[in-house]
Ligand binder design. Sequence first.
Ligand code: SF4
Ligand code: SF4
Length: 285
Amino acid sequence: MGFSYDELTVKHPCFAKGKKGNTGRIHLPTSPGCNIECRFCDRQINDFERRPGVTSTIITPEEAIDIIRRSLEMCQAITVVGIAGPGDTLATPYALETFRLVKREFPQLIKCMSTNGLLLPDKAEEIIEVGIDSLTVTVNGVDPEIEAKLNGGITYHGKYYGGVEGAKILIANQLEGIRRIASAGITIKVNTVLVPGINEHHIGEVARAVREAGASIYNIIPLVPQHELAHCQAPTCQQTDSARQQAEPYIDVFRHCQRCRADAIGVPGGEDFGDKIYLKRISHK
Ligand code: SF4
Ligand code: SF4
């Protein structure tokens, strides 16, 4: 058994319930591909943008081990090895392969994985067996009509499902996956990208549904307007606050998200060692 929720609230910077934590994380950009089409997603390989879905490079599971070693020398605050893209961690096998190596080489580090949840029911056994300590699932809506406004479609078991049809499968798999993983004792955080005019009044429902499924903590990520949702407004502080208030009756809320890059290294919000560590093998724009 890995770390309990109470332990993670102290040792994992993104599971802190109250004040901002001072522990750090390494994001390993091992997972380039994705199986869904979030309308706000703009994955990029570059060195300058500070937001999710951006990385300087893609690395292999073997390269990840060397990167962890060098990162730990540079930043002693690191307690967590996380994989958050730049695509989905379950769309390709590399994230779970990497965590197997991490478990062997750095058993003291918390293994943290983020996913859109489409393949969670399929991969639940493997996630449990690999020993993931904390899982983040991004659930942007639990109503298929709302989710379809945020996500164009999914590719699932080799077939494409668009709009509401795809959204129904995605939501069912996210909630079923959360149930399976939570019942194995793994702590789950849910992220929701807050999009004014689309899901801003739906947050309470999402929080209630994911809490019922077994999630422990909830994180609202304000939209970075881009791609098909470039015309949307980023939420104001007031809108973000009101969304958190909708969630709070149901679930603990994490309030210190820094919307990190997929290759960030260090304490979230502090110095980023990522650009000193990652090889700039591919760089454009
Ligand atoms: Fe982009 Fe992540 Fe959505 Fe995939 S799940 S489309 S990588 S935001
Ligand atoms: Fe933590 Fe938010 Fe950064 Fe993810 S994006 S590592 S939840 S602070």
